[in-house]
Every structure is written in structure tokens, then in C-alpha cells.
Design a protein around this ligand. Structure first.
Ligand SMILES: C[S@@+](CC[C@H](N)C(=O)[O-])C[C@H]1O[C@@H](n2cnc3c(N)ncnc32)[C@H](O)[C@@H]1O
Length: 381
């Protein structure tokens, strides 16, 4: 049984539903799913990320690694500190969620004497920007002044770009492969309900990608043109430094495996994963796994070098996660046990350790990251 929303939450979802219905009507009765997902997540004041939903943590809909333990951000800080010192550049965090990762990273970078002059955050959601500012001012008042919020990517950037679980939150195209070739799946309305409707593919890039995949009739899956676009923009912006992206997903052969014929699109509501992306619009997170082969291709097409690709477990363990955990004395049970439990979740193959991957691109001279030394999987992409 799913937890019932409050009367206010239900009223909000009804406003989001009305907004989506109006978009569909204005477009002549049909919009591609990417447009539906974009509005359901990011329509100003309405979308899941733009309005006041709790989102992260036990009281929200899902838990991300920075919310589990500060050791995640501290380990990432250790991983990127050499690149910051080598480039003399800044940090740019994409989609900073509650601001937790920024707090933990800044704290560790200060301890390592590797603080960047500026920690920039590019965040689409005004509500999350406000939440990030509060978290930083509350938990890291002496470092919060270094943080700046950007509206767009800088034209030229030097340093480290970081994004945890951002790619999975980008709107995806849905494609249905049929006997007559691939068709784009979109949303229409029948009897006041959202329904699927497939159309021919007008977008040449999407058609080329869908035809190249040549999946069996009946297969439905996602293609992320938005991820291609983000990688192209990052590549155009990065003058010298590193792009480090962490997310759940796999290479194309696993992503488009015959057994995954229903795709990876999921709705997350109060720690339940649902197949129905039309469930309570505005109250539910919508996400799709990441096709890291496509991400690698898009980065390389922008002129970036693929530095590494591996599992989250291999990356974190290679970047001193265990050494950081050991700084908490095991006989301090109250502190140690929650940390070991969280670390276990981050690295266990049955939890986040294997499904989550880390991919890194570089431009210019940069020492390799220790996290990729064990178990580099670039050859699988
Ligand atoms: C699943 S949340 C992850 C938040 C946080 N990084 C964490 O790990 O807890 C996705 C985040 O990406 C942001 N986002 C989505 N698209 C974005 C874009 N194109 N540029 C920057 N941020 C984006 C969302 O607003 C949200 O903050």
C-alpha cells in the first residue's frame, strides 16, 4: 500500500496534472514523454524538483549517497583535490540537491588545504537553491561565502565539474520499436486520463539513435538527448580539468539488453519504485537509468578524453573511503555503526556499489584519479 498524500499534497498534484493537461491541449493533443517529464519535474513552482516536495532522505521519496553519510562527499573531495590543485580552478556542482554534498566536500577540502576560491552550483530548481543556501549557512557558515549559484554553465571553466544523480533526473525520450521501425512514445489524454500514444519520429538525431539500436519489435526504452546536450555543453565549457559524474546505469549492451524490454523509467514515491510515471504528478520523482556508452560518446564528441569508468564501489574504495571510515574509532559504537552501515550501502554490490557507476572526462594535463586504478571498465562502454 502506498502512503496516501495529504489533502494539500493532493491539491498540488491536481494543479500539476492540470498544467500537464494544458500543455498537451496547447500542443494539439500530444506531447513527447520528454516534455511531460520535463514539466512534471521542473515546471516552475509546480514540478517535483521546483516545488516544495521533501524529496531527499527518510521523510522524502528517495535517499542519495550524500544523504547517507558525510564520508561520500569527503571521499569525493579527496579524489578531486589533486585536480583542483593542478588546475588552480574551482568546483562546479551540478544539481546540488539539499546542499549536503557541498557541505561535506568543502569541509574536507578545507582540511586538505585544497579549498577552491569558488564552489559554484548550477541548480535548475529555485526551491532547491534556497534549501542549499540554508544548509550551507547552517552547517558551514565559515565556507558558505565561497558558494555561488549560477543560472547557466560558465562560457569557460577550469577545475572540477561534479554531478551526483543528475543524469538520471534529465528528461528522456521514450521509444517504442515496432515492426514498422522505431516510434516516439508520447502522452495524450483519453477520458481525462493520461495515456500513451506513439508517433513517427520527427527529430533526426532521435531517429538516428533509435535506428542504430535496432531493437526487437515490442521493445520500449529511453534515449537521453538531454544527456548528450549536457555533455556537449560541459565539453564546450571545460578549458582545463575534470568532469566527474556518478549515477545508476550501465553500458549500452546491458541497458538495451533483451530482458530489459520495458526500459528503466521509474517513478519514486515515498521510497516505493513504481512503473507508472503518471502516478501523482508533482509528488513523484521520475528517473531513468543512464546509458554510459552514450554519455562516453557525447563527451568524446565534444573533445573530452574519457579518463575512467568504473563501479561506485571500486571508485570509492580506491579513493580512501575505508581510510576515512577508520578515523571513527570502532569502540565509539554510536558513531561507528551508522557509518559502517552507510558505507556498506555505498559499496555493497547488492545495494549501490555495483549499479552506480562513476565516469570521468578530462581536458588538458591531469594526473589520473586513484579511484580508477582498480577495475577500470572503459572497455565495456
Ligand atoms: C536526484 S537529484 C540529486 C541531488 C543531489 N546531487 C544528491 O545527490 O542528493 C537531481 C538534481 O539535479 C538537478 N538538475 C536536474 N537537471 C539539471 C540540469 N540540467 N542542470 C543542473 N541541475 C539539474 C535537480 O534539480 C536536482 O537537484
Amino acid at each position: 500500500m502506498l502512503p496516501a498524500p495529504s489533502a494539500d499534497a493532493l491539491a498540488h498534484s491536481q494543479r500539476v496534472t492540470a498544467h500537464l493537461a494544458a500543455l498537451i491541449a496547447a500542443a494539439g493533443g500530444w506531447i513527447p514523454f520528454s516534455r511531460f517529464m520535463d514539466a512534471a519535474l521542473y515546471a516552475p513552482g509546480l514540478g517535483y524538483y521546483s516545488a516544495g516536495a521533501m524529496k531527499f532522505g527518510a521523510a522524502g521519496d528517495f535517499v542519495t549517497a550524500p544523504e547517507l553519510t558525510p564520508l561520500f562527499g569527503r571521499t569525493l573531495a579527496r579524489a578531486i583535490a589533486p585536480a583542483l590543485l593542478q588546475t588552480g580552478g574551482d568546483v562546479l556542482e551540478l544539481g546540488a540537491g539539499s546542499g549536503r554534498l557541498a557541505v561535506d566536500m568543502l569541509g574536507e577540502l578545507a582540511r586538505l588545504d585544497a579549498l577552491p576560491t569558488r564552489y559554484a552550483i548550477l541548480e535548475l530548481s529555485a526551491e532547491l537553491r534556497a534549501r542549499q543556501r540554508q544548509t550551507l549557512e547552517r552547517e558551514s557558515p565559515q565556507l558558505a561565502a565561497r558558494v555561488q549559484w549560477l543560472d547557466t554553465l560558465p562560457a569557460q571553466f577550469r577545475g572540477v565539474v561534479l554531478g551526483n544523480e543528475v543524469l538520471d533526473a534529465l528528461p528522456v525520450e521514450l521509444v517504442h520499436w515496432t515492426d514498422a521501425g522505431p516510434r516516439v512514445r508520447g502522452v495524450s489524454i483519453e477520458d481525462k486520463r493520461f495515456v500513451w500514444q506513439d508517433r513517427s519520429i520527427d527529430d533526426a538525431r532521435l531517429r538516428a539513435r533509435a535506428e542504430a539500436l535496432a531493437l526487437a519489435p515490442g521493445y520500449v526504452s529511453e534515449i537521453s538527448l538531454a544527456a548528450d546536450g549536457l555533455l556537449a555543453s560541459l565539453a564546450a565549457s571545460l578549458e582545463h580539468g575534470l568532469v566527474l559524474l556518478i549515477d545508476y546505469g550501465f553500458g549500452a549492451s546491458e541497458y538495451y539488453h533483451p530482458q530489459r524490454h520495458m526500459g528503466t523509467l521509474r517513478a519514486h514515491y515515498r521510497h516505493h519504485a513504481l512503473d507508472d510515471p503518471f502516478h501523482l504528478p508533482g509528488l513523484t520523482d521520475l528517473t531513468a537509468h543512464v546509458d554510459f556508452s552514450a554519455v562516453a560518446r557525447a563527451g568524446r564528441a565534444g573533445g573530452l578524453e574519457l579518463m575512467g569508468y568504473t563501479s561506485q564501489a571500486a571508485f570509492l574504495l580506491g579513493s580512501e573511503l575505508t581510510e576515512l571510515l577508520m578515523q571513527t574509532a570502532p569502540d565509539d559504537v554510536a558513531a561507528y555503526l551508522p557509518q559502517t552501515n552507510a558505507v556498506q550501502r555505498l559499496v555493497s554490490p547488492a545495494e549501490m556499489g555495483e549499479l552506480f557507476k562513476v565516469i570521468a572526462f578530462v581536458r588538458g594535463e591531469l594526473a589520473p584519479l586513484a579511484g580508477f586504478i582498480r577495475g577500470d571498465r572503459r572497455h565495456t562502454l
